[in-house]
Design a protein around this ligand. Structure first.
Ligand SMILES: Cc1ncc(C[n+]2csc(CCOP(=O)(O)OP(=O)(O)O)c2C)c(N)n1
Length: 308
């Protein structure tokens, strides 16, 4: 089994921290983007609109899968929870993908300011992944099609590897659950490989998801019944994730088990959209938000010249 060095694991942890920070900053900030002074109510956007709960899981899955397939130009990532757009945008920004289509999104301080200020803002970026996002071919809004889209991308392209992140709420849709049968129709010699990851974060908006209520054994048996080998990834540490990715498994189906809203202030159903709703008017929430942003220690992750 191939193993990933400590330096690379640390880099992945830092990347995930930076993407988490940028996700929160996009949701909340219209100024003071790197907290160069104490956070004030004037720094907060007047209307908070977006989804936080799924972001950390997206950042974990994106960083790990992209690293694992870093030498494969035919790798792509399909995102089911497009409402977790701050996370997708953070990754595309950091990788310089956004700057390829929008020069204002250069990977520096000015770019950070631009993506944060413009998120969910009139004439700026929408709150969900949309056709303005590099690589987005189908704008969702309606959950359920990620897996079917991934198999569509694989059709007739044996060189392709497509990983697809599916929410546990999304898997409750008829389309998503039935799409687990699609691999039976694809001849492996003529089509690409699809690698599903179920993001088991426990909730579908404010209620527990059905799949989170199943025992690990029940879930494993269900996935096995569809013809996959279930692989549980417990928690968000890249070391575990990379180890499991490097284990050779026939037709794997990864189950990324995280807590909804992980790394944020409330880690459950209330984390789905905006976890702290009134930092612009409530002193306690403002301080909680500042502590949350500071917990990522973003200053350590930015090169000094960009931090100036
Ligand atoms: C077909 C459909 N039904 C309902 C919704 C409303 N909706 C938006 S997000 C969401 C919860 C999704 O849960 P999950 O897929 O687990 O994503 P996560 O918890 O990671 O945010 C729902 C039900 C929708 N977008 N599409």
């Amino acid at each position: 089994m191939q193993s990933v060095g400590a330096l690379e694991i640390e880099r992945l942890r830092r990347r995930i921290r930076a993407c988490d920070y940028l996700s929160v900053a996009q949701l909340y900030l219209k100024d003071n983007f790197l907290l160069t002074r104490p956070l004030s109510k004037d720094d907060i956007k007047p209307r908070l609109l977006g989804h936080w709960g799924t972001c950390h899981g997206i950042n974990v899955a994106y960083a790990n899968m992209k690293y694992h397939f870093r030498n494969n130009p035919n790798f792509s990532f399909v995102l089911g929870p497009g409402h977790g757009f701050p996370a997708l945008q953070a990754n595309l920004f950091l990788d310089g993908e956004l700057a390829k289509v929008d020069e204002k999104a250069s990977v520096n301080m000015a770019g950070i300011e631009y993506i944060c200020r413009s998120f969910s803002w009139p004439d700026g970026f929408p709150s969900h992944a949309s056709p303005f996002t590099p690589g987005i071919i189908t704008e969702g809004g309606e959950l359920g099609y990620a897996l079917a889209n991934a198999y569509g991308v694989a059709l007739g392209h044996p060189e392709k590897i497509i990983t697809v992140l599916i929410g546990d709420g999304e898997l409750e849709t008829a389309t998503a659950i039935d799409s687990l049968n699609l691999h039976n129709l694809l001849d492996a010699d003529k089509n690409g490989r699809v690698i599903p990851i179920l993001h088991l974060n426990g909730y579908k908006i404010s209620a527990p998801s059905i799949y989170a209520r199943k025992s690990e054994r029940e879930l494993n048996e269900m996935i096995r019944g569809f013809g996959f080998t279930p692989v549980f990834i417990e928690g968000d540490d890249p070391e575990t994730f990379q180890e499991l990715l490097n284990e050779k498994v026939k037709n794997p189906f990864y189950i990324l088990h995280t807590v909804k809203g992980a790394t944020g202030p409330n880690r459950h159903h209330e984390a789905h959209q905006i976890p702290l709703k009134n930092p612009k008017t409530d002193d306690n929430e403002l301080h909680e938000l500042e502590a949350w942003l500071k917990s990522y220690r973003m200053g350590e992750l930015i090169k000094p010249k960009e931090n100036a």
